[in-house]
Design a protein around this ligand. Sequence first.
Ligand code: PLP
Length: 441
Amino acid sequence: MTDAAHFDADAFAARAADITPGGVNSPVRAWNGVGGHPVPIASATGAHVTDAAGQTYVDMVCSWGAAIVGHAHPQVVDAVQRAAAKGLSFGASTEAEIELAETIRARYAPAQRVRLVSTGTEATMTAVRLARGATGRDLVVKFAGCYHGHSDGLLVAAGSGLATSGVPDSGGVTAAIAAQTIVLPYGDDAALTDAFAEHGARIAAVITEAAPSNMGVVEPPLGFNELIASLCRNEGAVFILDEVLTGFRAGPAGYWGVERDAAVARGSEPWVPDLVTFGKVIGGGLPVAALAGRTDLMEQLAPIGSVYQAGTLSGNPVAVASGLATMSLLDDGFYGRLGSHSDALVANVSGALSGASMPHAVGRAGTLASFFLGLDTPPTTFGQAAEQDQDAYASLFHSMRNSGTYLPPSSFEAWFLSGAHTLADIDRVADAVATWAVSRP
Ligand code: PLP
């Protein structure tokens, strides 16, 4: 480790690229979408990250959503330390993993049974396998711009990471696998109805992000998730709702809870997904994800059913301790504050852009928000999201970095807040946006 005063960013970038492809362990961390090389992070507390050169930033990445209570929250760190002291991994059941599963079900009614895994990718991959096993069908419908992790069949038209890497679809996904995924434009009722009319008897599952957040944040058109639910129910397909990013972040019961509450307020019956996937928040920064859903489907998983899934580190005790401690901090007051801080972020950043006549649109879904520079109206499809001004975003990213805000290095991402962000942090972010906007190239 080099001390901050002697840190050489160019030398580090060369060293990293010499051992790790592209210098990063996940492509979204590269700065392909904004130019330059990432400076490694050395530490983080609360709403702030500090890089290896000693610069501290307001963090708007928050570990891509996982750090919902802020970095190194004392209660979470204490729980992790206490769990670690009792052993890092047993490869056997623990009481704590059952408690985390119960915590998820208590907050999210459709999660009748819960299986813990380590990554969102595993959760969605298993959900698709389970849907195929349960229905005996082969096809899966997904929507362009939605990301569901990097299992082969779901890596088609998969949003942010691929968009900023300049590859529409991943290499290495065989034509045979891609042919089992039907990709439709997001929010297009007619395309979805037509797909069922043409292929209904072969469709095992429809998978969607509860609210797309990997092409920027896109609010689902009214009734779209409900249409998926009813088509799946009528046609015998499984509705997989991906809440890996939105779960316990967009609202107390994820984005499903946002739509459930709106349906109840309208006096209608809320729609219900068959399977749900979680990640990020439920591990609070350590690797925990989950597949959950209807009992009759979930009980087709091994060891009681025929659909196999397993993991050496599934339900890892240290990761579960982090998840439980994090979830225990997420009460009504927490979500109330997160919601009002999201409102403040949107109002202040949007005001700063408007004040400098910078055209932009705001994407919102519950407490999630993102900003599309150069668009007049919030997009509902990946095609529309891709028309945003990515050069302007790159310029904003570097200007913000220089003045102390760490934005996602891609214009297709949410600007994440945590419970540790104060109104002063949000003002600092908005002031930096204003500074960029008035003097932008
Ligand atoms: N699903 C969604 C909606 C996501 O945003 C992500 C990751 O960003 C995943 C699945 C994959 O999760 P992981 O990166 O833990 O594999």
